[in-house]
Design a protein around this ligand. Sequence first.
Ligand code: PLP
Length: 388
Amino acid sequence: MQVAQRIKRFRESVIREMTRLAIEYDAINLSQGFQDFNPPPEVMEAAARAIRDGHNQYSPTWGLPVLREKLAEQYTQRLDWEVDAAQHVTVTCGVTEAINVAMLALLNPGDQILLIEPAHENFIPSAIFAGAKPVAVPLTLPDYRLDAERLAQAVTPRTRALLLNTPHNPSGRVFDEKELAAVVEIVQSNDLVLITDEIYDRILYDGRDHRSPGKMTALRERTITVGGLSKTFAMTGWRLGYIVAPTALSAAVRPVHDFLTVCAPTPLQAAAVTALSMPQSYYDDMLADYHRRREAMMTVLQALAFSAPTPQGSYYVLADYSGIGVEQAQLDSTAFAIWLTKDVGVAVVPGTVFYSIPGHGESSVRFAFPKQLATLQAAGERLERLRA
Ligand code: PLP
């Protein structure tokens, strides 16, 4: 059967494949980045109520007005410009849709977009959907720092956009002032659009604050700020995300969203208002829980001689296994991840999945720790097998 060339340019999702293997081999699933606990009870109740109350038809394509109002209020504060619900906020089916929509709206076939690697697995396919060429800019190991010079060298006359994800999956980095200044400089001086993926904006450790790049005056008119509810509210299956962008960029993304999905699920949008209205104590408790999970994960990995920088944000550890005391430490990252899943019973993601640059990501695997402490403890017990 004849199929489109574009789908031949990318592989199937290895992360989803690891989840499939985890189920098949009854492994503890630390591969895909979803929680093994529920959203807040009042938010689940709000969704059930919204369905019972009849919020079951298409919403306005840009999102329920009450949800957009809520987001506009929050982003006016965060971005420090007057975000208008009617013009600047578009609710999408997750950040996944938002990134696709942004790229389809911005990029012509042959245009280039800078992707910082390691990168979330979906970014390259999104660029390919748009007919664009993803150009990889690797972070510098061992700390996964963003290097201004490498970024500058990757720009060509065809470069149209840069995608920045902070806090970062899979490295756990929160890019600092100096790194963000490099992004501003590159975007501004090359007339690019910045797409930010800020899905982990509420999960930062050790008192760090999230800074939205779109707040910087120099970037205001050229930033598409993307956020979502999947991670903050433990609702990855609800598929809720959004785009906040100035008028011209919003006008570009909106029709793409409309014709792709029409709207995000209406009753869940209604319940999202309850989620976004949670008191500060919800965020404080969530963050305290994530600190405990990070501690549990790092303690296990360090005891087994995995080497990894402690995450500054998000909920992943990209860990080098070359120093652990079993012979499988010699395996390549795909073989090691499959062995860990099938034989040890802990599913992880091969580091190479996050790179398009050959050889990068070898000897590393990603552990996702948005899990109950009991789950992490059980994983730790299974991983004891790796002790030298
Ligand atoms: N962006 C990043 C950086 C992610 O890590 C993920 C999920 O793991 C997504 C986007 C997908 O988000 P959503 O569930 O909102 O589609």
